[in-house]
Design a protein around this ligand. Structure first.
Ligand SMILES: [Zn+2]
Length: 277
């Protein structure tokens, strides 16, 4: 099993990466495979989007349509956390918004860390906790949720100077993840996925416009093609099958997405399932 970290930068717009001084994101884009046009789900809200990322189901299939929903516990809704666990992997989650805990069924996580963000330093504290956990415990799969960009977008507006500054702070937090991966060395063998759940416009993310419904995706690691811009149409539903492919475990039968083609250098043992129409 290839170890993988999924870092979710909430409300990150692709065109904002260029405007910010973001050396970690620039490094990962240069050294990995990336797209700035991953299609989000509708409604483009944080909790429905996260459920679609983790269960590879559209919101009407997984049943979480608002930020206040409780998860649908139907057996078809197999979360990536549970899937990795079912293949004997260890799973960890680091987050600052309590509803994120719904992505894993009770009893699934080996380690979880919750710390609400009030100030900038809280984001660095969360990243530091994730970084030291990766170095000392080497989980097979870890999810790290960076919320600060979305919080600042709602408060000051997407693309405002404050929002660009929030990306720069988040880039420093992301740098801690990259450093910890470098420190584990090739034996750690970590791959890193950086993703967002939706963009934003003004002080919200409700409209069906590209600034909201297209988000960045970056994959980086020793099995990932370097300096490659993904040309295929990709969707948030493709993330769980792609991570599964990187980790070399078969996708769950109910997942609707497909593995992103051409980014994994070795041939995966398990053929990806076609997307269900
Ligand atoms: Zn969000």
């Amino acid at each position: 099993m290839n170890k993988t970290l999924l870092v979710l930068i909430d409300g990150l717009r692709g065109d904002a990466i260029e405007k910010a001084h973001a050396p970690t994101l620039d490094y990962l884009i240069g050294e990995g495979s990336s797209s700035l046009k991953v299609k989000t789900v509708l409604p483009s809200l944080t909790l429905p989007s996260h459920f679609s990322i983790f269960t590879s189901l559209d919101p009407y299939s997984h049943g979480v349509l608002t930020n206040t929903s409780l998860p649908d516990t139907s057996s078809l809704g197999q979360s990536l956390f549970c899937h990795v666990k079912a293949h004997s992997g260890t799973v960890s989650s680091f987050y600052s918004w309590e509803k994120i805990r719904n992505l894993a069924m009770p009893g699934t996580l080996d380690h979880s860390f919750f710390h609400r963000l009030n100030k900038e330093k809280d984001l660095i504290l969360l990243a530091g906790a994730a970084s030291s956990h990766i170095l000392t415990r080497n989980p097979d799969f870890a999810f790290i949720y960076f919320e600060w960009t979305d919080m600042i977008g709602h408060r000051f507006g997407w693309m405002s100077p404050e929002y660009i500054k929030a990306i720069e702070l988040t880039d420093r937090a992301l740098g801690l993840m990259v450093e910890s991966i470098h420190s584990t060395g090739r034996q750690g063998g970590y791959h890193l996925i950086v993703l967002s759940d939706h963009g934003g416009k003004g002080k919200h993310h409700m409209e069906n416009t590209p600034q909201i419904t297209q988000v960045p995706f970056i994959a980086w690691g020793h099995d990932i093609r370097t300096n490659y811009r993904i040309v295929d149409d990709i969707h948030l539903l493709d993330i769980a099958p792609t991570i599964s492919g990187i980790m070399d475990i078969p996708p769950h039968f109910a997942w609707q997405g497909k593995q992103i083609p051409r980014i994994i250098l070795k041939s995966p043992r398990h053929k990806p399932l076609a997307r269900v129409a």
